[in-house]
Design a binder for this molecule. Structure first.
Ligand SMILES: Nc1ncnc2c1ncn2[C@@H]1O[C@H](COP(=O)(O)OP(=O)(O)OP(=O)(O)O)[C@@H](O)[C@H]1O
Ligand SMILES: [Mg+2]
Length: 231
């Protein structure tokens, strides 16, 4: 379903003397229905990997295929279709502060062309799925970190995505909230979604016992089923 084929990504030098090599010959395949952890230290290139898959950044060389289609070579229309099949949970949530939890989700639907009826039907369902019915009319400053993370996940679910990319979703959470978020992601995976979880949280990865792709110095340093975080 997802195929990174010899992907290289280099950022230009800017102020530094040398250009920055972020990904080097990164290759892996992820099949439909898998739950995969992508691990590596801060700066290892996890978020960059997601941005490349979403088409927000171009690889310097190599290709990324989604269901056999090169996400950087397809028509804008096709790219948009692929983008809708991927739900991204951003590392910094990207919630709109002046909108409630409900409105944050509704707004994401509206800007991609959903009708009022669709919004009214689907938002309550998503709120139920992520356990935020009680907080629906709270603003981001009135909810906890765990609830913000849930809102970010809710927003990623609006197009019933085939793939969920979760970028460090347990970063700022206490152990209880962490467990809840992981259960939510595991549940979504059991319902059929392919989940890719980027994290530098060792404990989370080791407790999950899922496939682990390890990035180190821009390269894939390990890829193992039921893997452990060993860096
Ligand atoms: N637009 C950019 N221009 C230049 N360098 C960048 C850019 N985006 C990221 N980088 C650099 O690329 C490297 C990888 O960044 P990335 O955000 O992918 O890391 P990460 O693994 O997600 O880290 P973290 O765990 O802290 O989120 C970092 O050294 C970062 O400074
Ligand atoms: Mg990151």
């Amino acid at each position: 379903m997802i195929f990174f084929n010899q992907v290289n990504k280099t950022y230009p030098a800017y102020l530094a003397k040398k250009e920055k090599v972020v990904l080097e010959n990164v290759s892996f395949k992820i099949e439909k229905g898998e739950f995969v952890c992508v691990v590596g230290r801060s700066g290892a290139g996890k978020t960059t990997l997601f941005k490349i898959l979403l088409g927000e950044e171009k690889p310097t060389s190599g290709a990324v295929l989604f269901d056999g289609k090169d996400v950087h070579k397809v028509s804008p229309r096709e790219a948009c279709k692929i983008r809708r099949r991927i739900g991204m949970v951003f590392q910094d949530y990207k919630l709109l502060q002046s909108k409630t939890v409900y409105e944050n989700i509704a707004y994401a639907m509206e800007v991609t062309g959903a009708t009022d009826q669709e919004v009214e039907k689907y938002v309550p369902e998503i709120l139920e799925t992520v356990g935020l019915v009680e907080q629906a009319f709270h603003f981001p400053h009135q909810i906890s970190e765990g609830e913000k993370q849930r809102t970010a996940i809710a927003r990623a679910l609006i197009h019933e995505p085939d793939v969920i990319l979760a970028d460090e979703p347990t970063g700022d959470l206490d152990p209880y909230n962490k467990k809840d978020i992981l259960e939510l992601l595991t549940g979504l995976n059991q319902s059929g979604a392919t989940v890719v979880l980027a994290t530098h949280d060792k404990e989370t990865v080791n407790n999950l016992g899922k496939r682990v792709i390890t990035l180190k110095d821009g390269k894939v340093a390990g890829d193992s089923k039921k893997g452990r975080f060993v860096l």
